[in-house]
Design a protein around this ligand. Sequence first.
Ligand code: ADP
Ligand code: ADP
Length: 228
Amino acid sequence: MIDMQGVYKKYPNGVTALNGVDVTIEQGEFVYIVGPSGAGKSTFIKLIFREVKPTNGKVVVNNVNLQKVKEKRIPHIRRDIGVVYQDFKLLPKLTVFENIAFALEVIEETPKNIRRRVMEVLDLVGLKNKARFIPDELSGGEQQRVSIARAIVNHPKLVIADEPTGNLDPDTSWGIMNILEEINARGTTIIMATHSKEIVNTVKKRVIAIEGGLIVRDEHRGEYGYEV
Ligand code: ADP
Ligand code: ADP
């Protein structure tokens, strides 16, 4: 699913964010990415959906070598990846339904299929009754559930979540974790960067720790490993 070999990323300002990363992630895995601020976690995640390009090294995602892919195919490749952000990134003037339908409209689905699929994912995240609300009318946890629904509406093989519970209280965070686990149980690979020691140490999964641009730990059913 994901294969990185000898990956380096140096930003134009001279900062080296990744310093030789080798890692393989298989289809269906659930992986936590942990490490201190500035370690390179976001850069690692952004390489996967080609928001940043490596300075050096090989990045293969869904059998596509991102080094060799033509720019015009990038949007197509991104359609197989759902992304969930800490700050949700919902469009404030659109309803919940429209925020989710947006991703389907760009691939020219029929209105009937769009409606069926949007209601299906809203059901999965427990928000069928909020389809007509706008984001401001929802709690933080509900907004994050909308953003997860949006991320999975195209049936991606991979969902990347960059600190999805970073802005949520502990109770709400567990609800989000349950949904991500449910999506994983249906076969979707999940890669989740997180600072939640409680979640990582309770819901045991593979843990990849990044420090100073290097993978310093990669454990099956690992621990968070930091004090905060
Ligand atoms: P983390 O997500 O673990 O906090 P990042 O990948 O965001 O780490 O950052 C790794 C390093 O790269 C940090 O020193 C950060 O300041 C730097 N960095 C991140 N993004 C950029 C950018 N667009 N331009 C320059 N430096 C950046
Ligand atoms: P949480 O406990 O998840 O933080 P809130 O207390 O923020 O939830 O919200 C509880 C309920 O009130 C939610 O179902 C949400 O839809 C509704 N709600 C929150 N803020 C608004 C708002 N500005 N306008 C309308 N409804 C709101």
